[in-house]
Design a protein around this ligand. Sequence first.
Ligand code: FAD
Length: 520
Amino acid sequence: MKASPIPQLLVVLLLASINSRKSDPDASNTASFRSLAIDGQFTSHDVSKAAVDFGNRYHFLPLAVLHPGSDTDIAATVRHVFQLGPSSRLTIAARGHAHSLQGQAQAAGGIVVRMESLGKAKTMRVHAGEGPYVDAPGGELWIDVLKEALRQGLAPKSWTDYLHLTIGGTLSNAGISGQAFRHGPQISNVHQLEVITGKGEVLNCSSTKNAELFYGVLGGLGQFGIITRARIALEPAPKMVRWIRVLYSDFASFTEDQEKLISAERTFDYIEGFVIINRTGILNNWRSSFNPQDPVQASHFKSEGKTLFCLEMTKNFDPEYPEKMMQEVEELLSQLRYIPSTLFQSEVSFLEFLDRVHVSEVMLRSKGLWEIPHPWLNLLVPRTKIHAFAEEVFGKILTDSSNGPILLYPLNKSKWDNRTSAVFPNEEVFYLVAFLSSSPRSSGQDSLAKALKQQERILEFCKKANIQMKQYLPYYTTQEEWKIHFGPRWEEFKQKKQAFDPLAILAPGHRIFQKAVASL
Ligand code: FAD
């Protein structure tokens, strides 16, 4: 839906009226927005929408929403707020698709920049040939990047499980999925960025130009600049995918097999896994598109409420030559120790596989189960601690997995670049463990409170048992906690903030830095 414009004077009045107390310096500061000539528009009717995210638990009303008509609009707005100096309380949050969980893309009393509006002004360009790449606007959804690249038979290398997220949003975190063991997270697959810093400067950066900004922004939680364009590596896209799921009842065999697969030269193209706790009839719940290898044996398998571990893999192939893929899959499967009757397979197009979570989104939306609170917790757990973690968490702290999936799969640290701002454990292999809970309103506040309590217990256990995990999509409320999160890299992070956003205007929703406001 297109946002209806409000005349600029109205914006000025709106901004001024909210700050109309005589003693309030923002009253005159915001009135100065009158001088901004922009291609897009500021709106106020949609501020409540800009105070909602996927987590659906935190709602901070901004003063106005900027729908940029160009990146110049963003630069002019940031520069203006920067020039207002510490006498203004205004902050600015880039909003991608707002799939944040705790208000990270919100700006209380500030300006929210709707990055998706940029897509209309900035076009996507795919460069085929040697070393292919795509230049895409920061507010572009990954699903649209994929569709554009596929037109030339190409695709990005590293993904998230869900593609209706923006480039700027995932590159501000890391962007992890089952391809990351081989290609690294999405932030390891970027050649160049165009960034608007907290001073309103527009800078191009890469590993050789403005490298400090480039690596700072990747995984930088939006703290150093707003990404308006990214150049992303592409590779030839496969046509079809063989999609395989197998079950384990033994955690050690499950993780050993996962680790064997992610370290092998010849292996699957995507490797993930999930945990199933106390769920009966699990095989019947699997997607109808999956077929058991042996229907008779599969029908005899009883989960009996046991904790099970599902290994999920894919192998890409060309439908005209399936034999090679079939042989490779057979060879790889023969080395694994899953429960033989639980081998399920399916064949889908590459696009269908990558966009698989969207199918669930459509279904959940139709049942009113999408726009509900999502108390998610994502952890990166070192390999040497994963058994202690699993023993305590699965079955003891969590007694069922019916409130949402629990993903668990290993990643290779060698594919992560420690010059980026992303924070990850210091071990060669670490696991993503994602508790993706939903709290439907029909289950009342109890289900949200219960999920939050369980998370608290998990975090307490991690501390007590010295699990040395790092939060992914981190959420903290004090700077002390952020310091612990960044560890020895905190000083560097702070220095970069001072260099690129010295007034702490950008991404206030993370609560890492507080804008210093002069008391007049
Ligand atoms: P937003 O929520 O809008 O923004 C996130 C942060 O980035 C904010 O601080 C915002 O200010 C900042 N930001 C946004 N745009 C820009 C920009 N252009 N420049 C600078 N800063 C910007 N993550 C994974 O890694 N792997 C997954 O498989 C995965 N699956 C998911 C599935 C679902 C259903 C959901 C809801 C989330 C999933 N995520 C996953 C998490 C997701 O990567 C993050 O929530 C991400 O921040 C969402 O992107 P967004 O575009 O909605 O960003």
